[in-house]
Design a protein around this ligand. Structure first.
Ligand SMILES: O=C(O)CCC(=O)C(=O)O
Length: 319
């Protein structure tokens, strides 16, 4: 399998390519007639309590579909090699540092790790204000939109395709996939980890979509490793839990989570670099936090959608 090669890329061409991926969706809305993979309020498929795990060699659309229907998630062990995860950590350092410099008014010349698409603010409904708020939110949480660095984005797309993810997702969605500018995120935890709250991404994406997130940790994290992973409820939910008593209107209070988890129980798996956790917009999870999490964790979150069943507010990106 070919390695990741960031430094050999043509930044100008990659920036133009990401701009064109954004333009594809400027005038397009989702198609309300596309069948949904999970219908809101559909009947529960029993109390499946275990987090389903498979080896990367066993990953196929049927296993993914089955796990998503039964548990709302699938953990694939060893999907990507160690050599790549180390390279990706360094790339994230470079992108986050460039974003900091840009915010401090020292906008770097376009380079491999920073060359934001020039149409990004015009494509967001609230333009500069929305882009500014999105960037501040990311800086405060130790993250950045992947497309701030089009060469990283384009190389990742090439690499995802080599790992047959595009075929897998096309089969899963029943149509070609697209991605999201806002929810394709490079992450390096800021310590101490702030409480981010239990949430389902459908609370702000909407629920009339077909989605799949690939959450990709790049170093050992979770469990009791000392680096924050995710606390999760490995259960197929098909509605957005109430935000009553929660910190934000898109989050879920601990007491509400305990009710949801009454039969299932919560889990906090330990992840190895290159494992991938797949889940959708109904999946209930949060970043682990607390004094015991003193180590930095790197991760990439890539949300995919069906190309006619995407949340327009997350700024779709053609693939
Ligand atoms: O990486 C994290 O800690 C948070 C990830 C998350 O909430 C998500 O991918 O939706």
């Amino acid at each position: 399998m070919s390695a990741l090669r960031f430094s050999e890329r043509d930044v100008t061409r990659d920036q133009a390519s990401v701009e064109s991926r954004l333009e594809t969706f400027r005038e397009i809305d989702k198609d309300p007639t596309t069948p949904l993979l999970v219908n809101t309020g559909q009947e529960d498929l029993g109390e499946c309590t275990e987090l389903p795990q498979i080896a990367a060699t066993d990953l196929c659309a049927d296993i993914l579909r089955n796990a998503m229907q039964q548990h709302g998630c699938l953990l694939v062990r060893g999907l990507f090699p160690d050599e790549a995860t180390t390279k990706l950590q360094r790339a994230i350092d470079n992108v986050l540092d460039a974003c900091e410099a840009n915010a401090a008014g020292n906008a770097p010349q376009p380079h491999t790790f920073f060359a934001p698409p020039q149409n990004l603010s015009s494509i967001m409904p609230r333009h500069e204000r929305e882009l500014g708020n999105t960037r501040s939110f990311h800086r405060e949480s130790g993250s950045a939109m992947c497309i701030e660095a089009p060469s990283i984005a384009e190389e990742l797309l090439r690499w995802y395709e080599l790992h047959e993810l595009k075929d897998l997702l096309t089969d899963y969605f029943g149509e070609k996939p697209c991605l999201s500018a806002k929810k394709w995120v490079l992450r390096r935890s800021r310590l101490p980890v702030a409480e981010a709250g239990w949430h389902q991404d459908g609370a702000f994406m909407g629920t009339d979509i077909n989605s799949l997130n690939m959450w990709l940790p790049l170093n050992v994290c979770g469990g009791s490793s000392g680096a924050p992973g995710l606390d999760i409820l490995p259960k197929r939910l098909s509605r957005i839990a109430s935000a009553d008593g929660a910190q934000f209107d898109w989050s879920v209070s601990t007491s509400q989570v305990q009710q949801e988890a009454a039969q299932t129980g919560l889990t906090s798996p330990e992840f190895a670099p290159g494992d991938a956790l797949f889940f959708d917009h109904f999946f209930l999870h949060r970043t682990q936090y607390g004094p015991e999490f003193s180590k930095v964790r790197y991760a990439i979150e890539t949300w995919f959608f069906g190309q006619s069943s995407f949340p327009k507010n997350q700024i779709p990106l053609a693939w």
